[in-house]
Design a binder for this molecule. Structure first.
Ligand SMILES: *Cc1c(COP(=O)(O)O)cnc(C)c1O
Length: 391
């Protein structure tokens, strides 16, 4: 059997895969099983921060694999300690808990908030507020946090203690806070899976102010928006807020599994021995990869990301067949007149890999995608969207 047949026979069919087997690549260009090349604007869903098989990233991974690949958290390893230091120095946060995925980084954020709130305000202060249209993960608890009904349907009963409010509606949130003890409010500054929708600056600042007033923890899910994706190291930095808890994963280690939950001043001492743990969390190879990734996300790279973002907005704004452009940095959503799925399929035919999010075409190119490569891909997308009739 070939790969597609093996997959059909033996892999649980939870993914609707594109009819494409990727066998190799370099940077922002990948190759399928027939040697056809594609410009990759998906980056493994915002994971391969510097593209596929990037040589600097590879060397960092190879160096660490040559020393020790795993030791468990019963022993100290340098990459884990150094990465925690780097994350704190770059954000002003105080402590880091490492895990392996976005969902786990949010699980840790939720546990930290629940423990802090119970100790500070009593055991009935446990509610975590999240936004409608949010996405926080697939474990039962992060699913419960996710404010999209269709993810919930088949998996009840969900974890109690989550309330979903409408993004942008401060009155609804204030009214809720009048009669409910809230432990934390968890937001994505740009809703990713929800359709690449940035929250307004006013709303985020008002949420932060309410949190400050009522000692509610301000929790930011930076799983997709983090690690340079939006043109700042973390998306909350565009908003002038200081979160109490930041969760991140996806692009952090550039293609290896790693989650991190950053704890601010208020919650820095919330966890003690045995309160939380993870066998693989803080794995030295993943942490060495993340040290390499983070050390390359400097002022110059962030400026280039913002320039490329401006180029994409300029290219797609008012383009034929494109109704609107949304997003921040290199996290872009296109509302196209044709169904997003049709656009993505036609782009693939022409050698460009895009994603969808809800009814939008979603673009998450590598942070260092060469401008020429990005221009080539953008012109193809533009042509596909402008084309009359079906694809
Ligand atoms: C992808 C994503 C998650 C879940 O991450 P996993 O690594 O798949 O568990 C959580 N939150 C946001 C905002 C995401 O985009």
């Amino acid at each position: 059997m070939n790969t597609k047949e093996l997959d059909a026979a033996y892999v649980a069919p939870t993914y609707k895969r594109f009819p494409l087997e990727i066998v190799s690549g370099k940077g922002s260009v990948v190759q399928d099983e027939n040697g056809k090349e594609y410009i990759d604007l998906g980056s493994g869903i915002a994971v391969t921060s510097f593209g596929v098989a990037d040589s600097v990233w590879q060397q960092a991974v190879i160096d660490q694999i040559g020393k020790v690949q795993h030791m468990s958290n019963l022993y100290y390893t340098a990459p884990c300690a150094k990465l925690a230091e780097m994350l704190c120095q770059k954000t002003g946060m105080k402590k880091v808990f490492f895990s392996n995925s976005g969902a786990e980084s949010n699980e840790c954020a939720i546990k930290a908030a629940r423990k802090y709130a119970a100790e500070a305000h009593g055991p009935d202060c446990f509610t975590i507020v999240t936004l409608k249209n949010s996405f926080h993960g697939r474990t039962v608890t992060t699913l419960s946090a996710t404010g999209q009904e269709h993810y919930h349907e088949l998996f009840r009963p969900l974890t109690p203690g989550f309330v979903h409010v409408t993004a942008g509606d401060m009155d609804e949130l204030k009214a809720l806070a009048e009669h409910t003890k809230i432990a934390g409010i968890l937001i994505e500054c740009v809703q990713g899976e929800g359709g690449v929708v940035p929250l307004s600056k006013d709303y985020v600042r008002d949420v932060a102010a309410l949190c400050g007033e009522k000692d509610i923890l301000l929790m930011v899910d930076e799983v997709q928006t983090g690690n340079g994706r939006t043109g700042e190291l973390y998306a909350y930095m565009h908003y002038g807020i200081r979160p109490d808890i930041v969760s991140t994963a996806k692009g952090l280690a550039g293609g290896l599994p790693l989650g991190a939950t950053l704890l601010g001043e208020k919650v820095q001492h919330v966890f003690g021995f045995g309160d939380h743990g993870s066998t693989f969390g803080g794995n030295p190879v993943s942490c060495a990869a993340a040290l390499s990734v983070l050390s390359r996300i400097d002022g110059q790279l962030l400026a280039e990301i913002r320039e490329k973002s401006a180029y994409l907005f300029d290219t797609f704004r008012d383009a034929p067949g494109i109704a609107s452009v949304s997003g921040l940095g290199l996290m872009i959503g296109l509302k196209t007149e044709k169904p997003a799925g049709q656009v993505v399929a036609a782009c693939m035919e022409q050698g460009v890999l895009c994603l969808t999010a809800k009814d939008k075409v979603r673009l998450l190119p590598a942070l260092n995608i060469p401008m020429q490569t990005l221009q080539k891909a953008a012109e193809i997308i533009k042509a596909v969207c402008a084309e009359q009739g079906g694809c």
